[in-house]
Design a protein around this ligand. Structure first.
Ligand code: PLP
Length: 368
């Protein structure tokens, strides 16, 4: 049997580099609560992402919940059902109501042309997702938000380091959330970050992530969403190698694209003009009428060759009854169709073009 290929694999810095990085934590015994590593990583990430503020958090999900608390939102949030369930969970757990907008058929991000009819007097914000690292049409979304006085909060968990015409994804909207989970392009084991357009919100979020405490004063409510020093140290190491990680992912992605792009029945995500990708995921949609077999057939054929792919995102978060009643798929037909037919192929640093070929060989052998 061939060697197993997992769908993802964490990037690791050299072992000695991490050991050296954490030596000072042993000496200081300062393990968490905005220590030296935490401060250093916030500064380094601001530089890398080209923003003035970034608040580190224990994970991306909590960063998003802290953003929603900090912006003090109430009412309805227009969002996408084609996302990781965290996005919708954050909305619901903060007492807000998700309103689901369909996606564009070519890049799978929220379709700005469909937003306006969903706006009511209760709408307070738009929460789009830069799915798979494809950037949303931020200019169109911004225009609508301005017209109706809405906040725009991006789930940028997939968009670390992505730029459009040189502008960082982190600079879009009123706020962005990044995830630094072990499986993401850049990681701190578990971790996340919140970036605001208005830097005054940085301090406000720092209180939200530390029980609402400000010095001695207990001025607001808050949970505990702080990042510890060992995670921040991992981030400092990984950030030194992130360009190499992206280059390695790029090599694999380009090979997939080369082999699969003109195959009838296989749809790849559109390549966006002016966008510098981070090659976070490689989604492929298998349209069964043309390709000849279903996404589930592809999944099991790959599994027989010891290759793991993932139905991501499936199911739509709008289909979850806990989120204010299950919405029928017909409300967002494009998201529904993509979700039922998409697979994310294995992609991680070090996978290599040869393995991408092995995966493509299995997929192409299934053509009708
Ligand atoms: C990973 C991810 C999250 C959650 O981030 P965590 O750091 O795992 O909490 C949220 N949204 C999307 C789209 C993600 O991929």
């Amino acid at each position: 049997m061939d060697d197993k290929i997992t769908v993802t694999r964490s990037s690791m810095p050299p072992f000695e580099e991490y050991c050296e990085e954490i030596r000072s934590i042993w000496e200081s015994r300062w393990l968490t609560n905005s220590g030296e590593k935490h401060q250093g990583l916030e500064k380094a990430l601001c530089e890398y992402l080209g923003v003035s503020n970034l608040a580190l958090c224990v994970n991306g999900h909590q960063a998003m919940e802290c953003i929603l608390e900090t912006l003090d939102l109430h009412g309805e949030v227009i969002t996408t059902p084609f996302t990781f369930v965290s996005t919708t969970n954050a909305i619901v757990r903060k007492g807000l109501t998700p309103v689901f907008c369909d996606i564009k058929a070519d890049d799978f991000t929220m379709d700005p042309a469909l937003i306006e009819p969903l706006i009511t007097e209760k709408t307070c914000a738009i929460m789009p997702v830069h799915v798979y690292g494809n950037l949303c049409d931020d200019a169109a979304i911004e225009k609508i938000a301005r017209k109706y006085g809405l906040k725009v909060i991006y789930d940028a968990a997939h968009a670390f380091g992505v730029t459009k015409n040189g502008v960082s994804a982190a600079a879009m909207g009123d706020a962005s959330m990044f995830s630094f989970h072990a499986t993401k392009v850049f990681h701190t084991i578990e971790g996340g970050g919140a970036v605001f357009k208005d830097p005054a919100n940085y301090e406000a979020l720092n209180r939200r992530k530390n029980f609402g405490i400000n010095g001695e004063a207990l001025e607001t409510f808050g949970g505990n969403a702080k990042m510890n020093e060992f995670s921040a140290a991992m981030g400092l190491c990984n950030l030194r190698h992130v360009e190499a990680a992206i280059a390695s992912r790029k090599e694999v992605s380009l090979r997939y694209r080369q082999r699969l792009q003109n195959v009838p029945g296989i749809q790849l995500a559109a390549v966006q003009e002016g966008v510098r990708s981070n090659y976070a995921y490689f989604p492929a949609v298998f349209w069964p009428e043309t390709f000849g077999c279903t996404r589930d057939d592809v999944l099991s054929a790959l599994a027989q060759h010891n290759i793991a792919a993932r139905k991501y995102f499936y199911p739509l978060t709008s289909s979850v009854a806990a989120f204010g009643g299950a919405h029928p798929d017909t409300e967002t037909p494009i998201a529904s169709a993509v979700s039922k037919n998409v697979l994310c192929l294995p992609l991680y640093e070090g996978l290599g073009a040869e393995n991408a070929d092995r995966i493509c060989d299995v997929i192409l052998s299934l053509r009708k």
